[in-house]
Design a protein around this ligand. Structure first.
Ligand SMILES: [Zn+2]
Ligand SMILES: [Zn+2]
Length: 644
């Protein structure tokens, strides 16, 4: 189509995002608009927006419409590409397995999936066949067409095809009309929008197969879910697949086994971590670090019991709201709850004395081990467990002090995450509809959190109405080496517990007042944080964190007496050192130490014995100058001091 301005009888005007107007002949589509602007844009366009709503590229425009052209580079593009790829996959599956019934196939964060009801269990070989078929269908450049039908007609159509699930979906929608998308002989119930042709699908990969119940209901049919991913171009797809591959290599469950850090055992119980010597050492290093950092910032270390009387959990509201996740035990007719949180004992400490405003703020810190009954299905290595230790603290302060306290916590998080090399993002969740506490209290706490966020100079988001019913909170998500987000630190204001436990202080005016309570964790659960650390560092812990910092490796048996003496010196100086004096080839011993990701290998041959030296070699193969054991001790001490 060629348009010449002024020659058309029926002309319309549309508005582009920059506010400019553009005349077009009546009946022109978004594609025509793109083509009228330039051939490059026509080629890149995949869909559009009319008055803010996403639509297909061939949607006709009406006079006065506000139009935006969606190209492969637009933020909205990925979802359209992925959803269209899921249709393409369903078409391929139907072509290869005509008896398969289609259900739903949405785009998701990592790609897309489609659920099929089919007796034949899909195998990895099937995925390859399906992919081949998809490529063939994409090449045949089928038009993807939208059609609107009355629900009755659509039901009749899908009934005729034996697609019972689609019939059920349309019946549940209860709409007069529905939209269908077809490509070749494949038709699907869908809101859209979609790519205009199958040839627009250029970069995809089917990734896995899983079971899923129809509508998540275990009483309904068991379906087969095929997952895949798709991108605008091959380069992006390849980068994504490489990242997945890297993530698999870094999987903390795999590295945890290979580096002998921890295990789980069915005889012990699901979700309960067993720390082996090196894992327990890693934990100890982190815990020592935490104690030191908290003491530096004016926290007091406290410790409560593992079990507390059930009556106390009733008073705190945990029994009412959290009972399903708690473990209970009864001894001598007294029922106890195993603590799922550390708050209660901390409040008992606060209440053990009359408190004056001069005593505040109080900051109680506990490496508190808690137990929470998580459903078996959600347990995942160290990331989701049933028993874990939080770096938990409760700050009790006057309302005036809240601002400074919150700022202090964010400063704390910033310093600590800097040491580990994590970037992070913050989100503020504000008052939900159902909440307790006065307007004043919410206002005070929310503005304290907000001020601290602004003060931090970092970007943050606000989740309106997403706070807990008992107070607003800040969630902190750190970003690891693979650019994945992990929720770790939280700062939570609480109006219920000081109330329920009648916590008070005597203010300057002699009146009894309620302190503000803040629950906060910095690393969160140590277990989870270690899981994240393992994947972040790919097991290559920096010297200060490495459970084993160095291993002494002899070249032959001749050096054993000298090497043993060096080992004793290093260990006595506090270096986490191990030895490998086996009668094996040097290369073999070094490779093994590298697999264990030990930072330094200290090679001892005749030359080192003669010179009273050690020859350190970094795990990446780099050699350092030879040094005496004493020099090596100060070298390591220096790295540890600088969190290297
Ligand atoms: Zn669809
Ligand atoms: Zn708490």
């Amino acid at each position: 189509m060629i348009f010449q301005k002024g020659l058309c009888m029926n002309e319309i005007n549309v508005t582009l995002p920059d506010g400019s107007q553009r005349p077009l002949p009546a009946g022109a589509s978004i594609f025509d608009l793109a083509a009228s602007i330039g051939a490059g844009l026509a080629k890149a366009a995949i869909a559009g927006k009319i008055d803010g709503n996403l639509v297909d590229l061939n949607t006709p425009l009406s006079d006065g419409a506000r139009v935006e052209i969606i190209t492969e580079k637009s933020p909205e593009a990925l979802e359209i590409i992925r959803h269209s790829t899921s249709h393409l996959m369903a078409q391929a599956v139907k072509a290869l397995f005509p008896q398969a019934k289609v259900t739903i196939g949405p785009a998701i964060e990592t790609g897309f999936y489609y659920d099929f009801d089919v007796d034949h269990p899909f195998t990895p070989e099937d995925l390859e066949k399906i992919e081949d078929k998809m490529r063939e269908l994409a090449k045949s450049d089928l038009k993807i067409e939208r059609k609107e039908l009355s629900s009755a007609d659509a039901i009749a159509l899908f009934k005729g095809m034996g697609e019972d699930y689609k019939v059920e979906l349309i019946e549940d929608l209860g709409a007069d009309k529905v939209s269908l998308y077809s490509q070749g002989d494949f038709v699907d119930l869908c809101r859209g929008p979609h790519l205009p042709k199958t040839s627009y699908i250029k970069a995809f990969k089917l990734t896995s197969i899983a079971g899923a119940y129809w509508r998540g209901d275990e009483k309904r049919a068991m379906l087969q879910r095929v997952y895949g991913t798709a991108f605008g171009d091959k380069k992006e797809l390849e980068a994504y697949l490489a990242r997945i591959e890297e993530a698999k290599k870094r999987d903390h469950r795999k590295l945890g086994r290979e580096l002998d850090l921890f295990s789980f055992n069915d005889e012990v119980g699901a979700g309960l971590v067993i720390w082996h010597p090196k894992g327990a050492m890693l934990r100890t290093i982190l815990e020592d670090f935490e104690r030191k950092e908290h003491l530096k910032r004016g926290y007091d270390i406290v410790q409560g019991p593992q079990i507390l009387k059930t009556e106390l959990w009733q008073r705190s509201g945990h029994y009412e709201n959290y009972r399903e996740n708690m473990y209970f035990t009864t001894v001598d007719e007294q029922s106890y709850g195993v603590k799922p949180m550390n708050c209660l004992a901390h409040m008992m400490i606060y209440r053990s004395q009359l408190r004056s405003y001069r005593d505040l703020p109080l900051r109680y810190f506990e490496l508190g081990t808690v137990h929470r009954h998580e459903r078996a299905g959600v347990l995942h290595g160290l990331l989701r467990v049933r028993g874990f230790t939080q770096d938990d603290a409760h700050i009790l302060c006057t309302p005036d002090q809240l601002d400074a306290e919150i700022k202090g916590v964010i400063q704390f998080v910033t310093e600590v995450m800097g040491i580990f090399g994590f970037e992070f993002e913050m989100e503020l969740s504000t008052r939900p509809e159902k909440s307790i506490g006065s307007d004043d209290a919410w206002e005070l706490a929310t503005s304290a959190l907000l001020n601290a966020l602004k003060d931090s100079g970092r970007p943050y988001e606000i989740n309106e109405g997403d706070g807990a019913f008992y107070g607003p909170k800040i969630d902190i998500k750190l970003r690891d080496a693979l650019d994945r987000r992990w929720q770790c630190a939280t700062i939570q204001c609480d109006f219920t517990l000081p109330e329920r436990f009648d916590l008070t202080y005597v203010d300057a005016d002699g009146e009894k007042k309620r302190p503000v309570m803040v629950h906060r964790v910095i690393l969160g659960a140590i277990e989870r944080f270690i899981g994240v650390l393992i994947e972040h560092f790919a097991g290559n812990f920096p010297t200060w964190l490495a459970p084993v910092q160095a291993t002494i490796v002899t070249v032959t048996d001749n050096q054993i007496p000298y090497a043993q003496a060096a080992f004793d010196k290093l260990r006595a100086a506090g270096i986490r050192v191990q030895k490998d004096f086996r009668n094996e080839k040097l290369g073999f011993k070094i490779r093994e130490a590298q697999l264990q990701k030990i930072p330094y290998m200290l090679v001892v041959g005749d030359k080192e014995v003669e010179g009273g030296l050690l020859a350190p070699r970094f795990r990446d193969g780099k050699n350092l100058d030879s040094m005496t054991p004493e020099q090596f001790v100060s070298f390591i001490e220096n790295e540890v001091k600088n969190y290297k």
